[in-house]
Design a protein around this ligand. Structure first.
Ligand code: SF4
Ligand code: SF4
Length: 184
C-alpha cells in the first residue's frame, strides 16, 4: 500500500526547492525579518572591503525590522537592492545569517527562523535581528557614517545559530584610516 504522504511532502519547501523554484509567496516567506540587509554599508576604496554600519535605511522600522513602504520602496529608495536568485548568488555582502544566502549555499535555516520556530519573534530573541540597535540615515551626513561602523551585522553564527562573537565577518581595522564610499 502506498503512503498517501510522499517524502517530498515531508521536506520543507526551502530544502526541497532551489531559490529559482520557489513561488513568489514562498520567496517572500523565506525572509527571516532580521533587517540586516537594510543597514548601510561602506566599501573601502583601496581594498574593496565591506564595512557594515548601524545606520539604517530611512524606510526601516528599527523595532519591527520591517520596511515601512515595501511595495513602493523604490520610489523613495531607488538603490534598494531587490533580491533575486541571481543577486543572492552574486552579492558578496549578504549577511551570513540571511535565509536566502543559507538556502543558496545548501544550508538549513537556524532554529530561530520563523519557518522553523513558527514564531516571528525568535529572530529578535536570538539577537540576530537589528531590533533597537540602529540609527536612521535620515539627516545624517555621509562623512559621519564612519563613526557608525560595526561588525555585528556580518558576524557568523555558531552551529546552534547563536551569535558568535569570536567570528567577525571581516577585519574591522581602524575606520578612520580608511577611505570609504557608501554602497547600496
Ligand atoms: S538579511 Fe536576508 S533574511 Fe534578513 S531581512 Fe535581509 S533579506 Fe531578509
Ligand atoms: S527600502 Fe529597501 S533597504 Fe530600505 S528599508 Fe525598505 S527594503 Fe530595506
Amino acid at each position: 500500500m502506498s503512503d498517501p504522504v510522499s517524502d517530498h511532502d515531508l521536506v520543507p519547501y526551502w530544502k526541497a526547492k532551489s531559490l529559482e523554484e520557489m513561488s513568489p509567496e514562498e520567496w517572500e516567506r523565506l525572509c527571516d525579518g532580521c533587517g540586516r540587509c537594510c543597514l548601510n554599508k561602506l566599501e573601502d576604496w583601496d581594498t574593496g572591503e565591506i564595512a557594515w554600519t548601524d545606520v539604517a535605511c530611512r524606510l526601516l522600522d528599527g523595532h519591527a525590522c520591517r520596511c515601512r513602504q515595501y511595495e513602493t520602496r523604490h520610489a523613495v529608495v531607488p538603490d534598494c537592492v531587490g533580491l533575486t536568485p541571481e543577486a543572492v548568488r552574486s552579492l558578496t555582502w549578504l549577511p551570513p545569517s540571511c535565509a536566502y544566502r543559507l538556502v543558496a549555499e545548501g544550508r538549513d535555516l537556524y532554529w530561530w527562523h520563523h519557518l522553523v520556530s513558527g514564531d516571528r519573534e525568535t529572530v529578535h530573541q536570538a539577537g540576530v535581528s537589528v531590533r533597537d540597535r540602529t540609527v536612521s540615515e535620515e539627516g545624517m551626513e555621509l562623512e559621519d557614517y564612519e563613526e557608525h561602523v560595526v561588525d555585528w551585522p556580518g558576524e557568523d553564527l555558531d552551529a546552534q545559530g547563536a551569535v558568535d562573537d569570536d567570528a567577525a565577518g571581516w577585519d574591522e581595522g581602524d575606520p578612520s584610516e580608511k577611505k570609504y564610499e557608501k554602497i547600496p
